[in-house]
Write a protein that binds this ligand. Structure first.
Ligand code: 5FU
Length: 273
């Protein structure tokens, strides 16, 4: 299994290259998901976890006091701590609509988020729509090939079609939200092997202390995700910041470091070091 650094040197997609370089430089494959509703909490958590993260994942539409200053401060933290930004927008509409949702509105996601994602449910036109905005800016797109939730419908031929859509749009699609490596998935017998591709697999549903959240979320450990399933980035939310109503700065920092160490240990095991 190749190293993150080696993959960075050879990757054709600019956003993927940036993420792999950051992972290699900071020695962390941890993405922290910051799902809180107050701007002050959002920025405070990111300042605490930034040193341990390669990527910070946002849902800006849940923030009650969202404003342009939040984006400026987020960008300043991204520079200060050397991490990329991933708005987990999960676009799912026709090409024209997603291009407007991505570029415009209150949030103007494309102007600040290095990476975003989309459900493949509308078919390839969703990639065309998002690429028309994101490609000129050097952004990267992840397709949701699988989900972490119990009873997810993103399985079987749906997942295979998602991978085929990505293969046909490698200049903009840098990888997948998925629960396992996608090499060879959807490759027809006698068809091209997956050797030439290097899709990044970013995986939510990661926790060290519990196996679920009572609302359908299912957690696996960093080792299960990185070693057993061959994924590249662990996405961790509540396992790090706990209850947003009772934020404990020392504990947030401690948990981020703990997940970073577990994720990196798992990666070293995977590459045989
Ligand atoms: F695509 C997905 C998925 O399959 N599962 C997820 O959990 C996305 N997520 C996101 O990861 C979800 O929207 C949360 O933002 C985050 C997981 O947060 P947690 O607190 O670690 O459960």
């Amino acid at each position: 299994m190749r190293t993150y650094g080696h993959r960075a040197n050879n990757h054709p997609n600019a956003a993927a290259r940036q993420l792999l370089e950051t992972i290699d430089r900071k020695k962390t494959n941890l993405c922290v998901s910051v799902d809180v509703t107050r701007k002050a909490d959002f920025l405070a958590i990111i300042d605490l976890v930034g040193p341990f993260s390669c990527l910070v994942k946002t849902h800006v539409d849940i923030i009650e006091d969202f404003d342009h200053d939040l984006i400026e401060q987020l960008q300043a933290l991204s520079k200060k701590h050397d991490f990329l930004i991933f708005e987990d927008r999960k676009f799912a509409d026709i090409g024209n609509t997603v291009s407007l949702q991505y570029s415009s509105g209150v949030h103007k996601i494309a102007s600040w988020s290095h990476i975003t994602n989309a459900h493949p449910v509308p078919g390839p036109s969703i990639i065309t729509g998002l690429a028309s905005v994101g490609k000129p800016l050097g952004r990267g797109l992840l397709l949701l090939a699988e989900m972490s939730t119990k009873g997810s419908l993103a399985v079987g031929s749906y997942t295979e079609e998602a991978v085929r859509m990505a293969r046909a749009n490698k200049d903009f699609v840098m990888g997948f939200i998925a629960q396992r490596r996608m090499d060879g998935v959807g490759v027809q017998e006698g068809g091209n092997s997956a050797e030439e591709e290097d899709f990044l697999i970013l995986t939510p549903g990661v926790g060290l202390d519990v196996r679920g959240d009572g609302m359908g979320q299912q957690y696996r450990t960093p080792r299960e995700v990185i070693v057993e399933s061959g994924c590249d980035v662990i996405i961790v939310g509540r396992g790090i910041y706990g209850n947003p109503k009772a934020l404990d700065a020392d504990n947030v920092r401690r948990q981020a470091e703990r997940y970073m160490k577990e994720g990196w240990k798992a990666y070293l095991e995977r590459i045989g070091e």
